[in-house]
Design a protein. Structure first.
Length: 202
């Protein structure tokens, strides 16, 4: 691996803060790409990822529902979800994929997850930025990463998938859910901003 190739991989992964290994000649391109994409963690892929396989009755269909940004801190939103959940169908295994922003209050989050697990056969949840907010009452030593660990522990306790991938297999369907926790910063967006009138300058 050459230095210019390493610099290109580093830039592609937005990993300017991750040092380039001194022993570049010992790294393959794939290894270096993984290293940068995982923030310099050399052990990121040494263990195979466990996949939890669920096997509903084989004649069932798998139906996947999605939910995002419900913000159930607001009572009206929680009430809306309670009324808006789709009815169950005969011989259907219902899955809810919730992609974050329910609540940063553990009690509200627990209540919301219980509402979902009571209705759906399988619930998968990836915390969003609002779920990981740290308020002053939680203490100055608490970080969003601490909140992430606590949120995942809460999901574990409530039977909600938030860590390993889940595969749901019937005779009719084969669905793989892969919870992915990722981070975003506006500086990573290199495309020009779209104009309100729809003219993006192109």
């Amino acid at each position: 691996m050459k230095m210019d190739e390493a610099l290109e991989l580093q830039a592609d992964a937005y990993a300017d803060d991750v040092p380039i290994p001194t022993n570049l000649q010992e790294w393959s391109k794939a290894q270096l790409k993984t290293y940068f994409e995982n923030g310099g963690n050399t052990n990121a892929h040494t263990q195979p990822t466990e996949v939890n396989t669920v096997r509903p009755p084989q004649e069932y269909r798998v139906r996947v529902h999605t939910l995002s940004d419900a913000h159930t801190d607001y009572a009206a939103n929680l009430e809306w979800i309670t009324k808006a959940l789709p009815p169950a169908r005969r011989k259907t295994y219902d899955v809810c994929v919730c992609s974050g922003d329910l609540s940063d209050h553990p009690d509200v989050l627990r209540r919301t997850l219980r509402l979902l697990t009571a209705r759906f056969d399988c619930v998968a949840f990836v915390p969003g930025n609002h779920d990981l907010w740290v308020r002053s009452a939680e203490g100055s030593s608490t970080t969003s990463l601490d909140k992430l660990d606590a949120t995942r522990a809460l999901c574990d306790a409530e039977g909600v998938h938030s860590r390993a991938p889940v595969r749901i297999v019937t005779a009719r369907d084969d669905v793989l859910l892969v919870p992915l926790q990722s981070w975003y910063h506006s500086s990573w967006d290199r495309e020009p901003a779209r104009q309100p009138d729809g003219d993006d300058g192109g």
